[in-house]
Design a protein around this ligand. Sequence first.
Ligand code: HEM
Length: 393
Amino acid sequence: SRRTLLGSGAAGLAVGVAGGVLGSEAVAAGPEPLGRVTVPFHGAQQAGILQGQQARVQLAAFDLAAGTGRDGLRQLMKRWSGTAARLARGESAGEHENQIALDAGPCALTVTFGFGASLFAEAGITGQLPPALAAPLPDFPGDALDRARSDGDLWVQIGADDALVAFHALRVLQQQAAGLAALRWQMAGFSRTPGATDRPMTGRNLMGQVDGTNNPRPGQDGFAAKVFADGPGWLAGGSYVVFRRIRMLLDNWENLPTDRQERVIGRRKSDGAPLSGGGETTPADLAGQNADGTLAIPADAHIRVAAPASNGGATMLRRGFSYQDGLLPDGSLDAGLLFIAFQADPARGFVPVQRKLARADSLSRFLRHEASGLYAVPPGAPEGGYVGQALLE
Ligand code: HEM
């Protein structure tokens, strides 16, 4: 039971088992307990980008306190990185350990940090602002963004296969930031729990669609160039992440018969196969036709409008989670997708694709973009180092 890389079908990423070699009883009992799965914090990339989604996510943004500056930010990133590394190994958080996850293992915990454009002004390092953060994301048609739940100086993505483990990490990071940075917004999400299906499968979103099939995969030609940034210096090997809270109008969606839902996406609901034929992983044939000469994948289908081929090659690594957050004043569920996409350059990833989707995608009638963020994601920290070191040292 290893944490696979990007869900089903991909090469497995070697992850360790905390606490050393499993006892023979554990081996006899089958796969090791979920709690023992570890993902190292240190590495060329930050953890939480290349690994498949965990069952739970806590997303948060923090704003620096007045006067924190560059020195305070360095102190915070050192403290947070040390804590994230300890928690990923299944050790105590150290300072502010609150015992919320005391009996659990690390449960594949990953903590990923991002830097928003506003951080650079706050910390007095505007000279280091990466060009891709110089302008905010453009307004897209249909956006209904809540600024209080958007942006922020620092972005934190905490993934784990257990809700207590994820909450514990967030709470500790929040308390360790006291005086230096405060929570600006927080959201919780989920995806499928490992072991819920007989074999590893691509997950489903709250519209019932198989979601994540045609993500770029490590090992594919040009993967690194599409996902990882080549500069500026301190960001080389890092990435940019776009976050969007996208509410689904589920009452409207579920009123559509299944065959119409399938034409909205361009894939079969049962198994995610493209409407041009084959199975889930068969490449979609955008030119394919039905017997009557109409396009098998309609002109306004989500996978056609979003495809790299329709957007000058624009590509991103999507790693979203579902959310469900009580009722809205009109009685409908506040539920949807916490969309998260990593890319080498948002101008060659999210921006052109979302421009097109907002106008031409039939799925957009069932969606409301309610919050948004764009952050530079520094490369991973080496053993003993901290995230953002090349920027802050
Ligand atoms: C593909 C759902 C928002 C970009 C897909 C697929 C589904 C899906 C079911 C097909 C399976 C797959 O390849 O993953 C959704 C839902 C969304 C949403 C429910 C909102 C709640 C977005 C947004 C973007 C995006 C905002 C980017 C701006 C893509 C891309 C693909 C894709 C690039 C792959 C297209 C291809 O096959 O080449 N999405 N999506 N999606 N989506 Fe979305």
